[in-house]
Design a protein around this ligand. Structure first.
Ligand code: ADP
Ligand code: MG
Length: 518
């Protein structure tokens, strides 16, 4: 691009930037241009390099955006939108950014060239986005676990990723293996039932059960437990606080404390084992060495775990996490698993056949840390796409669903100039297919015209360049990814178009702002 600086913010005047719309929209384009070429199956990768010359190759919109340095404050907004898209649906970030950029470009044209007031444009965008989402929802089809379309959605979502085909197959097996065990409160929630871990030293694998990247507390305790009765410990396994020691220096007091510590530690361990537990999963913030030594000497299989792992393990084994020592007296606090063992060579612990909800772990490998990270992200994208598809249905992919609703969106009748604002939304709806095809080496605009003239759900075959029915070809996207991306793009473009000045401010930290208000 011609302006080498426009990714970095250089206020034009000391205090006020009058041409805010121009400058802000350029900033958005700069950021959008860095990721738009990754969109779709033929999208290209980016090489990220930091100051220490560390490098990372990525095709993932959010990863790229989050790693950009020193960018314009408005570009930050784009990054935040992408991040939110990632959190809400976990896929479609590039789509959101491409649409946002298109909306801002088109909105700026209306404001600058045609003199339409920004509020009219903004209201048009608002109605247009709502309407478009509504029409897309009506077009969406429901799917279920065993439909071939589920596989196709996953493959579509991973088509642009490194090793996408292998990963798709893994994701499909993992999803079918957990099946309806992943339903919580009536909706699929794979976050709760599929763990994805990355390892450079183990091959790709689907494990029915939980895999922890952990070692047991000591090599002295057995490597395996059959018929595990599992306790999850969350309370502090530290009877005496360190601070006590610092405040008291008298020998007798320390001796007394040490005896007390030993006695109390023994009491805690005895109480825990009295429940019948033979496996301890310890998430306590603090564990006294004395407690640990006692567990080792009694040869109790014990592992330190993180608070995030607690949730999975509780769901899998049925154990109720013990938060207070008094809880040890309650009934049904233990969970079970047929077998728990450590694979010492690979530094992982397997739990098999838990007695509560089924959980599957995907181990994603990679020859280097970098590739395993990229593959791990891709696998999660695929799982998210499947979840969105199962919960909310699917539409035709490759930008076809968006393209074919344009006429219907245009039929919405708004009063006055707001009608013009609709054009902003329809350009954005067209931009997805155009970008995917441009990235595949075609004349995007020409191909979009060909697709437009074809029946509903037709897009362009990415290899032959000929119009095809995306449903027949199996290129399908989750509805939710589309509607969320549209809404995100609408939000950001509305914010950017409403700004007419960028001002240099004194201090906008939370505290300073609340003081101004007072
Ligand atoms: P995002 O970050 O937005 O998810 P992706 O690079 O994953 O970006 O691209 C997703 C887009 O690529 C979707 O619109 C999807 O329909 C499209 N796509 C995937 N496979 C194909 C294909 N074979 N032909 C055309 N479009 C495809
Ligand atoms: Mg994607």
């Amino acid at each position: 691009m011609s302006n080498p600086n426009y990714g970095v913010w250089r206020p034009m005047a000391e205090n006020i930037e009058f041409n805010a719309l121009e400058s802000n929209s350029n900033a958005v384009m700069a950021v959008a241009d860095t990721v738009r070429t990754t969109l779709g199956p033929k999208g290209l990768d980016k090489l990220l390099i930091d100051q220490a010359m560390n490098r990372h190759v990525s095709n993932d919109g959010v990863t790229i955006l989050l790693s950009l340095r020193a960018i314009h404050p408005v570009s930050r907004m784009i990054v935040e939108i992408a991040e939110r898209q990632e959190q809400l649906v976990g896929d479609g970030t590039t789509t959101a950014v491409v649409m946002a950029a298109e909306m801002i470009k088109e909105g700026k044209r209306l404001v600058k060239e045609l003199g339409v007031h920004p509020t009219k444009v903004v209201e048009g965008i608002d109605s247009g986005v709502k309407h478009a989402c509504q029409i897309l929802s009506e077009e969406a089809r429901k799917i279920s676990l065993n439909d071939v379309t589920l596989e196709q959605v996953i493959r579509t979502s991973l088509s642009s990723k490194m090793d996408g085909q292998t990963l798709s197959s893994m994701v499909i097996s993992a999803i079918r293996a957990v099946g309806r065990n992943a339903v919580y409160n009536g909706v699929f929630d794979f976050d709760k039932s599929i763990m994805v871990i990355r390892k450079t030293n183990i091959d790709d694998r689907i494990v029915i059960g939980v895999v922890l990247e952990r070692k047991r507390i000591d090599p002295e305790v057995p490597m395996q437990v059959d018929g595990a009765r599992v306790m999850i410990v969350k309370f502090d396994l530290k009877p005496v606080k360190e601070s006590w020691l610092k405040q008291n220096s008298k020998y007798e007091e320390i001796l007394h404390m040490e005896n007390d510590r030993a006695a109390k530690s023994k009491q805690i361990v005895d109480n825990m084992l009295a429940t019948g537990a033979n496996t301890l999963l310890i998430a306590s913030p603090e564990v006294d060495e004395v407690v640990e030594n006692l567990l080792v000497s009694k040869k109790v299989f014990s592992v330190r775990i993180s608070t995030e792992e607690v949730d999975y393990l509780a769901r899998y084994t049925g154990a109720k996490p013990i938060r207070m020592i008094e809880d040890l007296k309650k009934n049904n606090i233990l969970g079970t698993a047929d077998r728990i063992y450590e694979d010492e060579n690979n530094g992982v612990i397997y739990l098999e056949n838990g007695s509560a909800k089924n959980i599957v772990t995907m181990i994603v490998s990679g020859t280097t840390k970098e590739t395993s990270l990229e593959r791990w992200r891709a696998a999660i994208d695929g799982i998210n796409a499947a979840e969105a598809a199962l919960n909310n249905g699917i539409v035709s992919g490759g930008g076809a669903a968006e393209l074919h609703i344009i006429e219907k969106v245009k039929n919405l009748r708004l009063k006055g100039l707001e009608q013009v604002g609709l054009e902003v939304v329809t350009s954005a709806l067209e931009s997805i297919m155009r970008q995917i095809l441009t990235n595949a080496g075609f004349n995007g605009l020409e191909k979009v015209m060909a697709a437009k003239a074809s029946p509903n759900n037709f897009g362009i075959d990415i290899d032959s360049g000929k119009p095809v029915d995306m449903w027949k070809k199996g290129v399908l996207d989750p509805l939710l990814v589309k509607t969320m991306a549209l809404q995100a793009a609408g939000e950001i473009s509305k914010s950017v178009l409403r700004i007419d000045r960028n001002l240099a401010a004194e201090d906008l930290s939370q505290q300073a702002v609340s003081e101004i208000r007072r």
